[in-house]
Write a protein that binds this ligand. Structure first.
Ligand code: FNR
Length: 348
C-alpha cells in the first residue's frame, strides 16, 4: 500500500534529521558580566502583530490530512496547551479539497481550546480558501507557506508560480486574522520581504536553510534525485539578517510595524536565543519537536519545551536581557560567511 505523502514527509524528515548548518556559529554573543537582572524577573512574553504569546517558541507547521497525522497533531496540541506555546498545523489544502480529513486538523483546536493556533495554506490559496482554513480551526492567525524549490523537485509539484504576490496581498488585506508568510527551509531575501511588506504582510517566518531540508526530503521521494539542489537556499542566520534589513527600512519609513519569526534548524535554546538576539520576535521549531514526540512521546516533548524555556531564561540572564525586546539591543559579533554575505549585500 502507498503511504500518503503527508506521512512520507514525516518519515523522511525523521530519517534525514536536521544535521545542516544554519549559520548561527557565525553569530557570537558578547557576555555581560554585570547583567543587573535575575532569572525570576525574565519574561518570555512576545508579540506577533496583535497576538500576545507567553513564549517566543512556536510549534511550526507540520502535518494533517492523513489518519496517522491526527495522532501527531493531537500530541503536539497537548504539548502546546501544557506549555503555553502557539502552534501551527500543516497545510490545510487537503482538508479543503477532501473535507473527510478535516478531523486531522480540527483535533488541534479540540485539544487546545484557548491556545493560539495558526492555520496553514500555500500561496495558491484564494481568499475564500483562507477563510475556510481559519474557520476550520477557529484559528488566531494564518500561515501562508512559500516552497517553490520543494514544488519544483516534486514530480507532482506546482510548475506555475504566477500571481502569488497578488493572492497573498488579497488575503493579508481582507482576512480577519493576522497573516504570517513563511518559508519552509530555503529562506527569504530582503527583496521578497520588501515586496510582501508593500503587499500588506506584517509578519514573516523566514524559514532558512540548516534544519529540515525539503530539497533532500523530496529528492528522497524521487526515482531520479536532483541531489545538487540539496543545498539550495540561504541559511537561517543570513535570511534573518536579510529580512530584518527590509523590516527596519519599513519601520524607519514610518509605514508601520512588522514582525520576524526565526526558523530553520532551531533545535535548542541556544539557536533560539541567537535568532531572537538578531531581532526575531519569536522562533519556529518543527523537526526537533517532531523527533521528540515520535520517538519519546508527549510527556518528553513537554519536558523538552519546559527545559528550553528555562535554558532561554539562563541565557537571557547571562546577556542582561529581561525581555525579548531587550535581546534586540544586545551587541553581537557576526563573522565568517554570514559577515561576508552582509558585506556583499550591503546589510549593516
Ligand atoms: C513541515 N513544514 C511545513 N511547513 C508548512 O508551512 N506547511 C506544511 O504543511 C509543512 N509540512 C511539514 C511536514 C514535516 C514533516 C516537517 C518536518 C515540516 C516545514 C516546517 O514548518 C519548517 O518550516 C521547516 O521544517 C524548517 O524548520 P525545522 O524543521 O528545521 O525546525
Amino acid at each position: 500500500m502507498r503511504i500518503p505523502r503527508k506521512m512520507e514527509h514525516v518519515h523522511h524528515a525523521l530519517a534525514l534529521g536536521q544535521s545542516g548548518e544554519q549559520g548561527f556559529s557565525d553569530i557570537k554573543f558578547i557576555p555581560n558580566c554585570l547583567p543587573d537582572t535575575s532569572v525570576e524577573r525574565i519574561s518570555l512574553q512576545t508579540l506577533i502583530g496583535e497576538l500576545s504569546m507567553s513564549s517566543p517558541i512556536i510549534i511550526n507547521a507540520m502535518t494533517g490530512g492523513a489518519p496517522e497525522t491526527a495522532d501527531i497533531n493531537r500530541d503536539l496540541a497537548i504539548a502546546a496547551r501544557e506549555t503555553g506555546l502557539a502552534m501551527a498545523v500543516g497545510s490545510q489544502m487537503s482538508a479543503i479539497k477532501h473535507p473527510e480529513v478535516e478531523y486531522s486538523y480540527r483535533v488541534v483546536r479540540e485539544v487546545n481550546q484557548h491556545g493560539i493556533v495558526f492555520g496553514n495554506l500555500g500561496s495558491e490559496a484564494t481568499l475564500e480558501q483562507a477563510e475556510r482554513a481559519v474557520d476550520m480551526l477557529r484559528a488566531d492567525g494564518l500561515q501562508i507557506h512559500l516552497n517553490v524549490m520543494q514544488e519544483l523537485i516534486m514530480p507532482e509539484g506546482d510548475r506555475d508560480f504566477t500571481g502569488m504576490l497578488e493572492r497573498i496581498a488579497g488575503i493579508a488585506q481582507h482576512l480577519g486574522v493576522p497573516v504570517v508568510v513563511k518559508e519552509v527551509g530555503f529562506g527569504m531575501a530582503r527583496e521578497s520581504v520588501a515586496a510582501l511588506l508593500q503587499a500588506g504582510v506584517q509578519a514573516f517566518d523566514v524559514g532558512g536553510a540548516g534544519g529540515t531540508n525539503f530539497a533532500e526530503i523530496e529528492n528522497a521521494r524521487r526515482s531520479n534525485p536532483m541531489i545538487w539542489l540539496n543545498d539550495w537556499g540561504v541559511k537561517t542566520a543570513v535570511t534573518l539578517l536579510e529580512s530584518l534589513h527590509a523590516v527596519e527600512q519599513y519601520r524607519n519609513s514610518g509605514l508601520g510595524e512588522a514582525f520576524i519569526i526565526g526558523s530553520g534548524g532551531i533545535r535548542s535554546a541556544w539557536e533560539a536565543c541567537k535568532a531572537l538576539t538578531l531581532g526575531a520576535s519569536a522562533v519556529g521549531m518543527a523537526g526537533a519537536l517532531l523527533r521528540t514526540v515520535r520517538t519519546e512521546g508527549v510527556a518528553a516533548l513537554i519536558e523538552q519545551i519546559n527545559e528550553t524555556h528555562q535554558e532561554l531564561k539562563l541565557l537571557m540572564a547571562a546577556l542582561g536581557a529581561r525581555t525579548i525586546q531587550d535581546l534586540w539591543q544586545r551587541p553581537i559579533v557576526i563573522s565568517g560567511e554570514t559577515a561576508h554575505w552582509c558585506d556583499v549585500r550591503g546589510i549593516s
